[in-house]
Design a protein around this ligand. Structure first.
Ligand code: SAM
Ligand code: SF4
Length: 323
């Protein structure tokens, strides 16, 4: 089992497969990056070696992310490699869902167990203003198709932005009255590129939490594989709510995940200063050496990020590494 110097165990890999994205979310890639060809992506064989090494070290859950993972033409093969690796129990993906309606059945057949869909507003105009794409209705249709295809674990993600969707929180709650999904509100994180936007749009997760508690929402107990969200339920609502609060005091103490970038660098934290190179052992197809490298690098993991002090590490925007 991968364990760091602070006793935290890592069951969960977030695997970025591309930095490219076709959306222009105002907090992430306001100018887009459609022209970035990202030539340096790990190959299928390198991903196979990586996943085998993580599985051998006790990883049981993989989240495929990006950039926008569905831009990679070999996504279905990547899902299938993850799912068929002994030890990997759950394969999830975070996506902006623009291809979901068309491809979700193929994802499911390849072994995808769970989906996180980003949808920053339920108002089509607000959605377009935040993401640069007038696609809300397509995305909701994609989620319906995912339910139909039999994907059981579906969550929505919304980054809460003071000047944009903060006023629309009631609209998300209304949706949860009749839909048995989990909607997660993510506290906006400061990255290297979004300092001014952050200053204008950051809403403390704690403010939202207190409001939910006052409305009768109650905490749900956390499971071993759980992501970083605090989850809440309410007797009058079919769906649950999640809150991801990276600035809260104990956020890092429950960290159970490691990240690998699309170019094969291990990131011990979303906000670490450097990515640690494991590409050579991946290219060599050497699972043993990859395990050794992972174990060695893990001793460098620090107790906490320093986001509260405004240190964003090397992360310019989250498309570089996945959220
Ligand atoms: N493109 C996919 C998507 O949007 O779902 C996957 C990659 S995206 C980087 C993963 C998640 O990170 C999304 O839910 C996105 O909203 C979130 N995210 C991006 N930048 C963020 C920021 N600065 N603060 C908080 N969440 C952010
Ligand atoms: Fe693309 Fe996801 Fe970033 Fe939006 S949050 S720009 S969809 S990578």
């Amino acid at each position: 089992m991968l364990q760091d110097n602070f006793g935290r165990q890592f069951h969960y890999l977030r695997l970025s497969i591309t930095e490219m994205c076709n959306f222009r979310c105002n907090y992430c890639l306001p100018n887009g990056n459609e022209c970035d060809t990202s030539k340096d992506n790990m190959t299928i064989d390198e991903i196979r070696t990586l996943v085998s090494a993580f599985a051998r070290l006790g990883t049981s859950k993989i989240r495929i992310t990006g950039g926008e993972p569905s831009l990679r033409k070999d996504l279905i093969e990547i899902i299938s490699i993850c799912k068929s690796t002994p030890g990997i129990e759950k394969v999830a993906m975070t996506t902006n869902a623009f291809r979901l309606k068309k491809d979700v059945q193929k994802y499911k057949d390849a072994g995808l167990d769970a989906l996180n869909v980003s949808a920053d507003s339920l108002d089509p105009r607000m959605f377009a203003a935040i993401t640069g794409k007038d696609k809300l209705l397509d995305i909701l249709a994609g989620v319906d198709a995912a339910v139909e295809a039999g994907i059981k674990h579906i969550k929505f993600n919304s980054v809460i932005l003071k000047q944009h969707n903060f006023g629309g929180i009631e609209q998300f709650l209304e949706y949860l009255k009749t839909h048995p999904v989990t909607w997660r509100f993510i506290e906006l994180m400061q990255t290297g590129d979004n300092a001014q936007f952050f200053a204008k749009n950051h809403v403390q997760g704690e403010t939202i939490k207190q409001d939910l508690l006052a409305k009768g929402w109650q905490r749900v107990v956390r499971e071993k594989h759980a992501g970083p969200a605090q989850e809440f339920s309410h007797p009058d609502y079919l769906g649950n709510l999640g809150l991801i609060m990276p600035y809260s005091k104990d956020f890092c103490s429950t960290c159970n995940r490691l990240r690998v970038s699309s170019s094969g660098k291990l990131h011990l934290c979303l906000f670490s200063e450097v990515g640690l190179n494991i590409r050579d052992t991946l290219t060599a197809g050497d699972v043993d050496a990859t395990c050794d490298a992972l174990r060695g690098h893990l001793t460098l993991k620090t107790a906490s990020h320093e986001l509260q002090k405004g240190f964003t590490g090397a992360t310019k925007q989250l498309a570089m590494l996945g959220g």
